[in-house]
Design a protein around this ligand. Structure first.
Ligand code: SFD
Ligand code: AMP
Length: 625
């Protein structure tokens, strides 16, 4: 391929990176405020916004909705729920800020056309206390349409992959990227930048290998771009150790929430023992978090893992029992039969709305959920700030809620001036899910416009810096051009490594040294130190990534981004000498939770000038009793 690329320079006021839930929220809100002040807002997505990001396939529930009855569900109760779920480590000001805005966002979704389940009285149907059911196959198209209408098509760049940030003296100045279809390099210059490029998948070796490679719970197209972008800008990062391991229907990765909460299904080990009961004593070790209700997500995993690791698997979700029990609640046999049919179709729709593969797998394996139980299993680890993980950038809280040390001027701005983060990109504010990510996007959309107004001068960037970023962006194509003739197999060459093999190498390091599936999520200082050594060699080889075409160029950069997420993770689990989130990972050399020394945030900062990492502890400051 010809690696001569045309440079397109785009000047804007507010630049939104990503086109997912947080970015579409940011677009709607920023466009509204920008219009009043005659500012320009531009959005860049590596894919087509209608079906990009985690909600590409749709969803079957909105997992954060407080409801209009604030007597029943208070914001303080939501904060307490999240705090306990994350074993005490959460930014309460951020969780509070999102929770107080999220219902308005959900009402917008409905106004834009999202079908939300209603009961006979016209009330939303709850899945659990904070979750509501939707017919969400077209969820992403609906929120994307609203963002497109707000911004106008001239201000949207689809299929442009952002490689790295432009920063000068601790201030954001823009971003560099390339088209995944044409020979075009993009230099975006902006006063405020919103990073919303999702979480990271396939940093760890997945359970699905050759036979189902690419299948994962969280989307394979979330590749650590947010973590890379904020780290490389020099922003302080938080909770990089708090990976998320969801329990999912085995191999198809179908979510379990509807089964546990809506259908009230039970999970047991192969011997029929309910591990929540038989291993229940274990929870006392993790008081006060483990002894409250609901049991934190990591501890739910932990109780199941005790049995799995003891050889008592498979673990089963008893779908048939649950469906029969609800149907039998109807005394009239005719009604009971009708109810059974309804439940059967709801069970299938839950997956058809958001994890189609799971429905296909059920069909392929002759599983009728109303007749037969299904295997569930813990997945490989993911990096996701919006579900029950917490990794992301350390951002400012809102002035009216944030303790002094958590406030530096603009809502949800990182420690780099003018650089904002939302959704998976912002840390320590878990349980925002799709709705809270959109709400957080709206919060940063408004704050970024304010910042752009109050900091109207363009941040100057040295030409050499921009040229270096452009050169790096297309380097894998040049390496391919130079060396491809040396071997007959395009994937094997002494002068380069292809993205696919590079990814396998990264995943092997993470799996075997940083506590992946094959190590039963367990690691220690020696394994982590060795893992870092191997990572350094991988980093050297990242300079030799080769790409045959635009698509492979994207793959090359996705893996560079994953590699940085991996390094931040290894450094942080190494620093925190305790096991606070069993079920997510275990430190074999520090097996207990240590409230005296480690009830704190662990943050990391990469200095892009000195190329050095710093690890710091930050105090947890509570705002809710
Ligand atoms: O059942 C670049 N999620 C659920 N949320 C809910 O509210 N209800 C559910 O039912 C949920 N479940 C669920 C969920 C996700 C998935 C995959 C499944 C099931 C199967 C979680 C939410 O989806 C999630 O919290 C939000 O989507 C997070 O939003 P955000 O904006 O942080 O991430 P995104 O939507 O994935 O968007 C990322 C965007 O960035 C783009 N991008 N663009 C340019 N350059 C780069 N280098 C880029 N890298 C990425 C992407 O294209 C995308 O547009 S359940 O399991 O709990
Ligand atoms: P999931 O399908 O696992 O992503 O879960 C969807 C929602 O239900 C999230 O808010 C979870 O925290 C919650 N959830 C899932 N399983 C349980 C459970 N056993 N107890 C309490 N909450 C749960």
């Amino acid at each position: 391929m010809d690696a001569n690329f045309e440079t397109v320079t785009v000047k804007t006021d507010v630049l939104i990176l990503g086109g997912g839930m947080a970015a579409t929220g940011a677009a709607v809100e920023a466009a509204y405020w920008a219009k009043k002040k005659n500012l320009k807002v531009t959005l860049v997505d590596k894919a087509a916004m209608d079906r990009s990001g985690a909600v590409a396939m749709g969803l079957s529930a909105i997992n954060q909705y407080l409801g209009l009855d604030r007597e029943k569900n208070t914001i303080e109760q939501y904060v307490d729920y999240v705090r306990r779920d994350l074993m005490g480590v959460t930014r309460e000001d951020l969780v509070y800020n999102i929770a107080r805005h999220v219902d308005g966002t959900v009402h917008l979704f409905e106004k834009w056309g999202l079908p939300i389940w209603k009961d006979a009285d016209g009330n939303y149907v709850n899945e659990g206390r904070w979750q509501i059911m939707i017919n969400g196959e077209s969820y992403k198209i609906i929120v994307s349409e609203a963002a497109k209408n707000a911004l106008g098509s001239d201000n949207i760049y689809e299929r442009v992959f952002i490689t790295e940030p432009l920063v000068e003296n601790g201030k954001i100045a823009g971003a560099v990227g390339f088209s995944t279809r044409e020979n075009k390099l993009y230099v975006f210059r902006a006063k405020a930048v919103i990073c919303a490029m999702g979480g990271a998948v396939h940093v760890f070796r997945p359970r699905s290998t050759g036979e189902g490679l690419g299948r994962s719970w969280y989307p394979p197209f979330n590749t650590g771009s947010s973590a890379f972008f904020t780290l490389k800008a020099g922003a302080e990062m938080t909770c990089q150790e708090v990976r998320f391991i969801p329990i999912r229907f085995k191999d198809g990765y179908g979510p379990v929430g509807a089964w546990f909460l809506l259908f009230k299904a039970k999970a047991t080990n192969a011997f029929g023992e309910n591990y929540f009961v038989t291993n229940g004593e274990e929870l006392k070790k993790y008081a006060p978090y483990g002894t409250g209700k609901p049991i934190p997500a990591c501890l739910r995993n932990h109780l199941g893992m005790i049995d799995l690791f003891a050889g008592k698997g498979p673990i089963y979700m008893h779908t048939a029992e649950a469906i029969q029990a609800i149907a039998e609640g109807e005394s009239d046999p005719k009604k009971a039969k009708k109810k059974l049919k309804e439940l059967e179709s709801e069970a299938w729709e839950d997956f058809l709305d958001m994890t189609i593969t799971q429905a296909l797998l059920w069909a392929a394996q002759n599983i009728e959920p109303e007749k037969k139980e299904s295997e569930i299993a813990p997945c490989e680890p993911y990096f996701i700030g919006s579900h029950s993980g917490a990794s992301g950038a350390w951002v400012s809280g809102p002035e009216d809620l944030a303790p002094k040390d958590y406030f530096w001027g603009y809502d949800h701005m990182t420690t780099i001036k003018g650089l904002f983060a939302a959704g998976d990109a912002s840390g320590a504010s878990s349980h925002k899910f799709s709705s809270g990510s959109h709400a957080e996007g709206r919060i940063v959309g408004k704050a970024a416009v304010k910042y752009a107004l109050e900091n109207a001068d363009e941040v100057a960037v040295a030409d050499a810096k921009i040229d270096a970023a452009k050169e790096a962006a297309v380097r894998p194509l040049k390496i391919w051009e130079e060396h491809q003739g040396l071997s007959s197999d395009p994937n094997i060459n002494p002068n380069f490594i292809k993205p696919r093999d590079f990814m396998f190498r990264l995943q092997k390091i993470m799996d075997e040294y940083a506590g992946g599936v094959s190590m039963q999520f367990t690691t220690n200082k020696f394994l982590l130190d060795r893992g870092m050594e191997l990572m350094e060699m991988l980093q050297e080889d990242s300079e030799k990534l080769a790409a045959e075409d635009h698509h492979e160029l994207m793959r090359a950069w996705e893996n560079i981004h994953r590699m940085w997420q991996a390094e931040a993770h290894i450094r942080t689990i190494l620093f925190r000498e305790e096991t606070r989130w069993p079920g997510y990972y275990y430190r074999a050399d520090f097996t207990e939770m240590d409230e005296d020394n480690w009830k704190c945030f662990v943050n990391c900062i990469y200095d892009p000038e000195k190329k050095e990492w710093e690890m710091v502890k930050r105090e947890i400051l509570s705002i809710v009793d």
